[in-house]
Write a protein that binds this ligand. Structure first.
Ligand SMILES: NC(=O)C1=CN([C@@H]2O[C@H](COP(=O)(O)OP(=O)(O)OC[C@H]3O[C@@H](n4cnc5c(N)ncnc54)[C@H](OP(=O)(O)O)[C@@H]3O)[C@@H](O)[C@H]2O)C=CC1
Ligand SMILES: N[C@@H](CCO)C(=O)O
Length: 433
């Protein structure tokens, strides 16, 4: 459907003038001629909104009307597209997005939290109103993964989506490895550098990355966005001992998201995993993101780039604004919201090798008991190493042959009853990439 005002200027209302909002204003001012040449129309800003009108944002806002209330901004007659850059799954971002759609405006947003939780209802509202929601910046910042899935891979049945989707976690994990520092020290360093969200649990708890995975899954598999169906674990329990042990075996630890449709339903997981250190994901360092897409016709595509920051995220927001200016529009999640399926979530039963690290009490037969429990659960040991005793505990590393997560969970439950564990075992999946 083409925009009713496709010939005149495209008039924006921008709510949120933080890192991303200011970046968008900067590009719109600096590249006005280029954007007009590329889209065939002027793109203008009618009005802006943020919490504090007086804050110096390092960009000239004097030519734009100011609204204290983003809902009022969203409804303005001189706004064609409401650009939501406030953030948060509830509150002003959602209220203003709904108000914009209700007032017949298209919406551009970078808000993965809002889309992961309310994506279906917002898509239904947009379609009922004949309007559009674009959100390239919501997943992996500057990497154009939404466009690739929706457009470039439209002829493929997507078989798997995976990747590293949170730069802060990847920064923490690679810094732990490079500097040999414990998690707590690197977390404090990342926080001090301003790398973490205002609520750091969104990053290190894997929630931000899971929001992104939920959005990608919906587009890839034609299912309703299902954040609650994600098997989610953050990086808080990854210790420097795990990083070192994994490195010694030729692996790196990554917060890896994987989504695939199985015969039992949609499998979505976001967990720390071991990946071969020579693989593209293993080589990914610092705050960079990487998304791997697999389609039946195309095979495998790897997208790598900056997943956050002013320039990369604003770049993605601009791609959506330009598409709307050109009249390039489509369904929110790649197909009509009413056709998205309500798919059951499936815990991963795809066999994988697992890394186990545990401390055993120093008593005869302790190791044998662990090996027996694994054997009784049908789990075969590939490699096992016991290192020198530490505080009367024997640190033990085990790599299993391929097994299922449920067999492993049974074994871990049985292990807890043996009376030989000095601490809860760490169990991490090894991804065969
Ligand atoms: N930063 C990044 O690298 C990335 C961010 N995103 C997403 O982009 C969005 C914006 O992020 P970011 O720019 O980093 O966030 P910031 O925290 O830097 O900016 C948020 C902005 O929203 C404004 N705001 C907050 N509450 C209100 C309100 N009630 N009414 C009006 N304005 C309000 C703030 O105003 P004030 O300045 O006055 O306090 C601020 O300008 C989020 O959804 C985020 O998840 C996505 C990818 C990467
Ligand atoms: N906190 C996010 C920002 C971008 O979504 C990250 O570290 O990747």
């Amino acid at each position: 459907m083409s925009h009713p005002l496709q010939s005149g200027p495209l008039r924006l209302g921008i709510a949120g003038l933080g890192t991303v909002g200011v970046g968008v204003v900067r590009i719109l001012r600096k590249q006005a001629d280029l954007l007009e040449a590329r889209t065939g129309r002027k793109i203008t800003i009618s009005a802006v909104s943020a919490r504090s009108k007086d804050k110096d944002r390092g960009v000239n806002l004097s030519g734009y009307a100011w609204e204290d209330d983003p809902v009022a901004l969203a409804k303005r007659d001189d706004v064609d597209v409401f650009v939501e850059l406030i953030g948060g799954d509830e509150g002003p971002a959602k209220d203003a997005t709904e108000a914009a759609l209700g007032a017949g405006k298209d919406v551009v947003t970078a808000n993965k939290a809002m889309l992961a939780i309310h994506g279906q209802s917002l898509a239904e509202q947009a379609e009922a109103a004949g309007r559009h929601i674009r959100y390239e910046a919501a997943v992996a910042g500057g990497i154009p993964v939404i466009k690739v899935l929706n457009e470039a891979l439209a002829g493929n049945e997507i078989t798997r989506v995976m990747g590293v989707m949170n730069g802060s976690c990847n920064y923490i994990l690679t810094r732990m490895e490079d500097a040999g520092l414990p998690y707590e020290d690197v977390f404090a360093e990342a926080d001090g550098l301003g790398y973490l969200e205002a609520d750091p649990a969104l990053d290190v708890g894997g929630i931000d990355a899971a929001h992104k995975l939920a959005i990608l899954s919906s587009i890839a598999f034609g299912s309703r966005v299902d954040f609650d169906g994600i098997d989610l674990e953050g990086i808080e329990r990854v210790s420097i001992e795990d990083i070192r042990a994994a490195a010694g075996m030729g692996y790196k630890i990554k917060l890896l998201g994987v989504a695939q449709m199985t015969g039992r339903g949609l499998e979505q997981r976001m967990q720390p995993c071991l990946v071969p250190d020579t693989s593209p994901l293993g080589q990914l360092s610092g705050g960079t993101n990487m998304i791997v897409l697999e389609g039946d016709a195309v095979g495998q595509i790897v997208l790598r780039g900056p997943g956050a920051g002013e320039g990369p995220t604003a770049s993605a927001v601009l791609s959506d604004i330009c598409d709307l200016a050109r009249g390039w529009q489509g369904p929110v999640f790649g197909q009509k919201a009413s056709t998205l399926t309500n798919t059951a979530s499936a815990m991963s039963q795809a066999p994988a090798a697992f890394y186990l690290r545990m401390g055993l009490l120093d008593k005869p037969g302790a190791l044998a008991k662990v090996a027996t429990v694994l054997g009784e659960a049908g789990i075969s040991i590939d490699r096992m190493r016991q290192t020198a005793h530490h505080n009367d505990h024997a640190p033990v590393l085990i790599v299993t042959h391929k097994t299922t997560r449920s067999a492993l969970d049974d074994a871990l439950a049985a292990m807890a009853k043996t009376g030989v564990l000095a601490s809860d075992p760490v169990a991490l999946r090894i991804e065969d990439l």
